[in-house]
Every structure is written in C-alpha cells, then in structure tokens.
Design a binder for this molecule. Structure first.
Ligand SMILES: Nc1nc2c(c(=O)[nH]1)N[C@H]1C(S)=C(S)[C@@H](COP(=O)(O)OP(=O)(O)OC[C@H]3O[C@@H](n4cnc5c(=O)[nH]c(N)nc54)[C@H](O)[C@@H]3O)O[C@H]1N2
Ligand SMILES: Nc1nc2c(c(=O)[nH]1)N[C@H]1C(S)=C(S)[C@@H](COP(=O)(O)OP(=O)(O)OC[C@H]3O[C@@H](n4cnc5c(=O)[nH]c(N)nc54)[C@H](O)[C@@H]3O)O[C@H]1N2
Ligand SMILES: [Mo]
Length: 559
C-alpha cells in the first residue's frame, strides 16, 4: 500500500492544497476490503450474463414501467457513475427519486431569493475578515474550506457545542428548527439600528419573542448582529439546516443578511447548480423523462407503488426515511431489489441481485465539486473489479432490446454537450486532466421574509445529526469499524427507544456535555442500531416548504 501512498497524493492545487481527510487517506486501504467480488442472484454466485438475464427478465415482466424505481445518490460524485446511467431508466419510463435527500431544500430556498444558489467561491473566501458557520460542522465536513478560513474571526451557530463551535471565537446555541427566528432577529436589530433598510415583515416580530422561541438571549442576538455589522463576515450555510423544521425559510433568510448589508457574494451553501454543468442533459431529461418522481423522504412510505428497485451509488435502507420499509418489502417478496455497489452495503446485503461495481480508483470518470470550479478527469490506477455503471446500463439495454438516441450517445459526447455552459470542452478536460470552469452567474433579488403564520414553532425533543470525520455517510466502516447508533443527549444513559408517530427504534443513549436539553444528536455515519435497523425507521416522510425531506424529526424518548 505504501507505494500507492507515496505515488498518489492530493492535488497541490488551490483550494485543495495538497491535503485530504481521513477518508481520502483510507481509500487505498478500503479498496481491498468488503468488496462484492462476483454477481449474486438470491445469494448464489452467478456469471454477469446470468445476473443480467435475471434482471432483464424481471424488468420485462413489469408492463407498467412506472413500477420500477431507480434510487441513486452520491456515494461517488462522478458524472459517469452517478448521472449518465439514469438515461437507461428514463428511456424505459421508470420512476425516479427527486434527489432531494441532502440539499434540495436549501438550493430551492436560496434560488427563490437570488435566482441561483451559487455563492462565494474559494477565491472569494480570502477577502473576508470573519466567517459565520451557520448549522455547518465545517471543521469536520468541510476541511478544505475550514483551512482557508483558518485565520478569520469565527462564529458558529449550532444546536450543540459542535467541533466547529469549540474551535470558533464565539458561538451561539439555538434551539433546533428556530434558526429562521434568529436570522429574523439579526435583521430586526440591524434595521432598528439603521444599518440596513427595506426588509419586509420585520414589524411582525418582537425581539423578546424571538429570543424566547430560539432560546438565545437578546444580548446574544445583538452580538451576532454586531459581528455582521462590524466585520461583514462570509456566512457558510450548512446542509443540515435544510433538513430541519423551517429549514428552507431559515436558509433563505440567512442568505439575505449579506444582501441587505451590501456584502457581495456573502454566503456559501453549495455551488454545484451554478457551475453550468448540465446534469439534466447527462441524465437525458431533454429526451426522456421519468414517468413518476418520488420525494426521497417518501420512498419507504410509498414502497407499495413499486415492484422493482434498482439502486446504485446509494445505501437507501440506511440513508432514507422509512428505509426499513424497503427492506421489509424485499423480505416479503413484494419488491425485487437490485443493487450495484463496490461494497457489501446494508442495502446490498438484502438485495435479490447484487452486481459488483468498480471503485473510483478502478474506472474512468469525471468529478466535480460542490464548492470550487475545478473539474477533474479521474483515471483508473488499479485493476478493475466488476462492471462500471456505464457498461452495466449499456449491457442491460442490449438485453432489454431497447435502443434510443440517448443510449447511442456515448458518455464523453454527452459530457461535451453538458459542459457547453462552462467554457471548457470534454477534449480539453481529457488533455489537461484538470480544468477550471468559468460559470456565468446572474443574480436577481426577491426578498423573502416569512410571516409568522408561515412558520412552525418547534416544541419538544428533536433529533439532529452531523458528519463524522472518519466516515462519509454510511461509508468507510471497512476501515474505521461498523459503529452502531449512539444518541448523545443531556439526560439519558444506556438502552432505550426513540419514538415518533411512525414507530420506535432501539438505540443507546449517552449523556454528553455540550448537548442541550431537548437535543438528541447522532453521527449520520452510525444511524444503524445493534439490530441493523436505521434510525431513519422512525423519521416520518415529512417535507419542507421547498420540497426537501425534514430529517430532524420530533421524537419522544422511552427508557
Ligand atoms: N437520518 C438521517 N439520514 C440521512 C442524513 C442525516 O443526516 N440523517 N444525511 C443524508 C445525507 S446528507 C446524504 S448525502 C445521504 C447519503 O445517502 P447515501 O448516498 O445512500 O449514502 P452513502 O452511505 O454514502 O452510500 C453510498 C453507497 O454508494 C456506494 N458507492 C461508492 N462508490 C460507488 C461507485 O463508484 N459506484 C457505485 N455503484 N456505488 C458506489 C457505497 O459503497 C455506498 O454503499 O444520506 C442522508 N440520510
Ligand atoms: N467527514 C465527513 N465530511 C462530510 C460528510 C461525512 O459524512 N463525513 N458528508 C458530506 C455530506 S453528504 C454533507 S451533506 C455535508 C454536511 O455537512 P454540514 O453542512 O456541515 O452538515 P452536518 O454535518 O449534517 O451538520 C452540521 C451541523 O448542524 C448542526 N445542526 C443540526 N440541526 C441544526 C439546526 O436546526 N440548527 C442549527 N443551527 N444547527 C443544526 C449539527 O449539530 C452540526 O454540528 O458534509 C459532507 N462532508
Ligand atoms: Mo449530504
């Protein structure tokens, strides 16, 4: 392994600057563990031909193709791994998810204000004196951004004493789901001081009331306003916020603070949708659309609508609300589950058919970022195991005897078209291996301050999550161990249950300083309990105002 470690190093290029996280470091080691070595059908090793025949038969047997659902997410952010393969399913007229699980709520909320969710670029980070990490565990989840911001004055707004809060100059602890009220409080203080003007609806809110709802003393709201007024910080808006109650409105209001203060590109959420990469073209949506689109919070709850689920690049039994319902439907024989994964994920373990996928170290791909404008040509450095997503979908198309212009256009040609709006070509990327996109971003401004009747006042106990340094969601247990769910909180120790209106799940509770009363915190890398059931089994299929799943569920505890 040392040879690889010496030879393959993180790019020295800005803004990655030659270092990586504990997962990047472990990738070469992980590559040889827990791999799906051969295609499997109903627990038996078979040839790829046999497995594909089985899948093709199952697909042909379903007349109404909307009863086929493909579930794919971001296990690997390659354009050929994740996006392009959706073409086959769109050509077939299968159902798709809405790709909402991670960040849709925030994207839509910011777009409602600015027409784009594109914010500060790494190059912009340098010009700020200060930064507010709002619902962002950047010290863990965003280490390259964190490193660039090392010398800035830092403020964290979180529901608990996060790593980021501990390592910041100042922190504000807010009650879960009340960030929108805090952000309105900041605007109200600034407007009262005359530092900003023209913000609508602020007269509908009273500062003492905002303080009570958020649990943040009035002086602290004023101090946060001081930071905004005096230091004109960058605001890093965390994805976790979008999955909280009132999450979309919280993000839209937070994103408006820099605008009212006249801070240019003063927020960063995720720049992926403003880079100019035409993801819809890669997925073939210009010529073929899914027959039905299902919100990712509802896949479990709506499982009865489907006969076959095809999963790649995702681990939905663990990561989606009601993932346990997918598992139960497979076990009862109501649904055929096909999984394409390099590793024996929890979802692969219960599948009827498992197909081995190469890792990113073993295949050609093109990788982009949610943050910077570099696109990287990913070349294989290890012998390939299994069959790539692109190959797999082409083979399946042949077995199914479907042809369509979308399937005839090879991935590189499709990429070339998809990059049209970015200022680079696929040929240039292949030649230079790393290219910098030049996104054209246009901003407009539509003020969006919700009135009190548009908001929920959260009450009771709330589940919250965060990224763990050693895992990417459910990945990397091969290297860092398979941990089970521990719920950090202020009151309980030992075994017990999390209870919601959709059920209960057994977990371990652990008292932890820095987790306020009413907050139940888990690492999203260990959602699975000792019985193999994900905490998502009790997360109801609830959607936010902008369509994203609300994962920060209201819970009761039973011990
Ligand atoms: N309750 C709760 N649920 C959550 C969250 C939370 O905070 N709380 N977080 C949410 C978030 S932010 C996200 S992004 C989602 C993530 O949800 P998922 O995308 O389901 O998460 P991962 O655990 O990363 O699973 C990715 C799978 O892809 C596989 N994979 C890796 N590389 C490749 C490849 O090249 N090809 C193929 N075919 N497969 C590959 C991995 O082995 C793994 O099994 O989970 C969400 N779920
Ligand atoms: N090491 C590592 N890095 C990762 C990942 C990983 O799994 N591991 N996952 C990647 C992915 S898929 C994503 S989406 C990003 C996510 O990265 P972030 O956007 O940083 O989101 P989270 O890590 O989910 O949580 C951020 C913080 O939000 C806090 N929080 C929860 N609810 C609320 C609330 O209602 N209000 C406020 N103010 N704070 C709240 C949590 O306590 C936590 O400290 O990270 C990416 N980076
Ligand atoms: Mo995510």
């Amino acid at each position: 392994m040392c040879i690889f470690d010496e030879k393959y190093r993180p790019l020295k290029l800005f803004p990655v600057n030659g270092f990586t996280c504990s997962r990047g470091i472990a990738d070469l080691k992980r590559n040889f563990k827990n791999r799906v070595e051969s295609p499997m059908v109903e627990g038996k090793e078979v040839s790829l031909e046999e497995a594909l025949d089985y899948v093709a038969r199952a697909i042909k047997g379903i007349d109404d193709k909307s009863k086929i659902l493909h579930v794919d997410y971001d296990g690997n952010q390659g354009l050929f791994t994740w996006y392009y393969p959706a073409r086959l399913w769109n050509v077939l007229g299968a159902s798709s998810t809405d790709y909402s699980i991670c960040s849709l709520e925030g994207h839509e909320a910011i777009k409602a204000v600015y027409g784009t969710s594109f914010g500060a670029l790494p190059e912009d980070f340098a010009k700020f004196k200060a930064v507010v990490f709002w619902g962002s565990e950047a010290a863990i989840s965003f280490i390259h951004g964190w490193a660039l911001l090392r010398d800035k004055y830092k403020v964290a707004v979180d529901v608990r004493l996060s790593e980021t809060a501990k390592r910041s100059d100042k922190y504000v602890i807010v009650k879960p789901g009340t960030d929108v009220f805090l952000a309105i409080g900041v605007l109200k203080v600034l407007q009262t001081r005359g530092a900003i003007k023209g913000v609508p609806n602020l007269e509908l809110y009273d500062l003492d009331h905002l303080s009570r709802v958020t649990g943040v003393p009035v002086e602290e709201i004023e101090e946060l306003a001081d930071v905004y007024q005096e230091m004109r910080p960058l605001t890093v808006i965390g994805f976790a916020l979008g999955r909280s109650v009132n999450g979309g409105y919280a993000i839209s209001v937070i994103s408006q603070i820099p605008h009212y203060l006249g801070i240019d590109r003063g927020f960063f959420y995720s720049n992926s949708q403003g880079l100019g990469i035409d993801f819809n073209y890669l997925r073939g949506l210009h010529l073929a659309k899914p027959s039905k689109v299902v919100n990712m919070a509802e896949v479990g709850a709506r499982i009865k609508e489907f006969k076959l689920i095809f999963v790649w690049n995702a681990n939905p039994i663990i990561s989606l609300p009601g993932g346990n319902l997918i598992k139960e439907a497979v076990e009862e024989g109501d649904v055929t589950l096909v999984v394409h994964d390099p590793f024996w994920s929890e979802t692969a373990k219960v599948a009827n058919v498992v197909l081995p996928a190469p890792t990113f170290l073993e295949k050609e791909d093109v990788v982009y970022s949610y943050w910077h404008q570099y696109v990287v040509y990913n070349e294989p450095i290890l012998p390939k195991k299994g069959v790539s997503e692109v190959e797999l979908m082409a083979m399946l198309a042949r077995k199914l005897e479907v042809s369509h212009p979308l399937l005839e256009e090879d991935p590189w040609s499709a990429l070339d078209v998809a990059l049209k709006g970015t200022g680079v070509t696929a040929e240039e990327l292949k030649r230079k291996k790393v290219v910098k996109l030049s996104p054209k971003v246009e901003y407009r401004f539509n003020p969006l301050i919700p009135t009190p009747s548009m908001l929920e006042v959260p009450e009771g106990d709330t589940l919250v999550y965060s990224a763990h340094p050693n895992y990417t969601n459910s990945q990397f247990k091969e290297v860092y161990g398979d941990r089970t769910a521990v719920v950090y909180n202020s009151r309980y120790e030992g075994e017990g249950y999390l209870v919601t209106e959709v059920g209960e799940v057994k977990v371990k509770f652990k008292r932890e300083q820095g987790v306020p009363s009413g907050v139940y915190f888990l690492f999203k890398s260990s959602l699975k309990n000792s019985e193999g059931i994900s905490v998502n089994a009790v997360v109801p299929p609830k959607r936010g105002k902008f369509g994203g799943p609300v994962l920060n569920a209201k819970v009761r505890v039973k011990v």
